[in-house]
Write a protein that binds this ligand. Structure first.
Ligand code: HEM
Length: 296
C-alpha cells in the first residue's frame, strides 16, 4: 500500500539536509494521511471554497508544503532549486509554488510588520509576546489531537489576488474606511496604534465602518481571534499581484474559519480574489513526529 506519510518523512529528512542559510518549514496536507499509519490531526481537511473564492485546483492543496524563507533572495532561490531537485529525485511532483516577499519587513513592539500591495501595514493585530503567540497558535495536550501533533500548528495559506488598479483609484481616506485603520496602523477614531479602539462607543460605524476589515475580523477587542498572521506579498507580473496570506492556529474552526466567515460581505471583498492555497499541519519541532509518521 502506498504510504505517503512514510515517503514524506523520508523526503523531509533529505530536504532538511539542503541547508544553505535558509529557514525551512513543513506543512502536512490531509491527503498525506490517506492510507498512512499515523492518525491525522483532528481538524485537517482540504481547504473548502469560501464565499467569493475561485480556487484553481492546480494551485491549491497538496501532500506536503515546503516553506523556504531567508533574508537573501539568491540564497532562497538556490535552496528552492535544491529542494525541487531532491523531491524530483525521490519521485515527487511539484504541484505548485509561489515566490513571496515582505516589503518594509521589520519588528516593532514584538510584532513582525510589513507593507502589503494595498500600501497598508500588516501585523498590528498579532500578539506581542511569544507566550501569546503560542497560546493562539500551538496545539496543546487535551485537545484530542494525536500525541505526535501536540506542539504543532494548523497553517492556512491563501493566495489572494488584489485589484490594485481599482484600489488605487479610491482616495486614501476611502481605503482607510474599507480597512478600518489608517495606512500606518492608527485607528480611525484617533486611538493610538498600540491601544484598543472603542468600537462599542461607535455602534453605528461612524468612525470605523461596520463592514470594514478589522471591525469584522476582530469585533470584540477583549477577545482577539485566536490566530497569528504572517503574510507575504507576491507579484507575478501582468497585474497578478497580491498577498500569500498565512495564518497559524491551534484550532482551525475557532481561528481562521470563524474569522473568514465573519469577513463574508466585507467592503474589501470586491478588491480581492482568492485563487489558491490550502490547509496544512505544521508538525512540532524535533523528530518525534517523523518517527510517528514514518516508523523505522
Ligand atoms: C484579503 C486580503 C487581506 C488584506 C489586504 C488584509 C489586510 C489587513 C490589514 C491592513 C490589517 C490591519 C493591520 C493588522 O492588524 O495587521 C488586517 C488585520 C487583520 N486581518 Fe486581514 N487582510 C486580508 C485578509 C485577511 C484574512 C483572509 C483574514 C482571516 C480570515 C484576516 C484576518 C485579520 C485579522 C484577525 C486582523 C486583526 C484585526 C484586529 O485585531 O484588529 N485578514 N488585515
Amino acid at each position: 500500500m502506498l504510504d505517503r506519510g512514510r515517503d514524506a518523512g523520508a523526503l523531509v529528512r533529505e530536504v532538511r539536509a539542503v541547508g544553505g542559510g535558509v529557514g525551512l518549514g513543513f506543512g502536512l496536507g490531509t491527503s498525506l494521511f490517506e492510507g498512512a499509519g499515523a492518525r491525522a490531526p483532528l481538524q485537517l481537511k482540504a481547504m473548502p471554497s469560501f464565499a467569493g473564492d475561485l480556487l484553481d485546483p492546480a494551485q491549491s492543496h497538496g501532500d506536503l508544503l515546503v516553506r523556504v524563507a531567508g533574508e537573501d533572495a539568491d540564497e532562497v532561490r538556490t535552496a528552492v532549486a535544491s529542494v525541487k531537485a531532491v523531491a524530483g529525485k525521490a519521485g515527487w511532483v511539484v504541484r505548485w509554488g509561489i515566490d513571496g516577499f515582505r516589503a518594509e519587513n521589520r519588528v516593532e513592539g514584538g510584532r513582525g510588520l510589513a507593507r502589503n500591495p494595498f500600501h497598508f501595514t500588516e501585523g498590528f493585530g498579532n500578539p506581542e509576546t511569544e507566550r501569546e503567540v503560542a497560546d493562539r497558535a500551538v496545539v496543546r495536550e487535551g485537545q484530542g489531537e494525536p500525541d505526535w501533533a501536540v506542539g504543532g500548528s494548523y497553517q492556512v495559506v491563501r493566495v489572494i489576488r488584489f485589484a490594485t488598479e481599482l484600489w488605487d483609484k479610491d482616495s486614501v481616506p476611502e481605503q482607510e474606511r474599507i480597512m478600518g485603520r489608517r495606512r500606518d496602523g492608527k485607528w480611525l477614531d484617533g486611538t493610538p496604534t498600540a491601544e484598543q479602539p472603542n468600537f462599542a462607543a461607535d455602534a453605528k460605524g461612524r468612525h470605523t465602518p461596520l463592514d470594514s476589515h478589522v471591525r469584522l475580523a476582530a469585533p470584540d477587542r477583549r477577545r482577539p481571534p485566536p490566530l497569528v498572521r504572517r503574510s507575504y506579498s507576491y507579484d507575478r507580473g501582468d497585474g497578478d499581484t497580491g498577498i500569500i496570506f498565512n495564518c497559524y492556529q491551534r484550532d482551525l474552526a475557532k481561528g481562521f474559519e470563524a474569522v473568514q466567515k465573519r469577513l463574508a460581505g466585507e467592503a474589501l471583498a470586491k478588491y480581492v480574489l482568492t485563487t489558491g492555497g490550502g490547509y496544512f499541519f505544521v508538525p512540532p519541532p524535533g523528530d518525534a513526529w517523523l518517527d510517528a509518521l514514518a516508523p523505522a
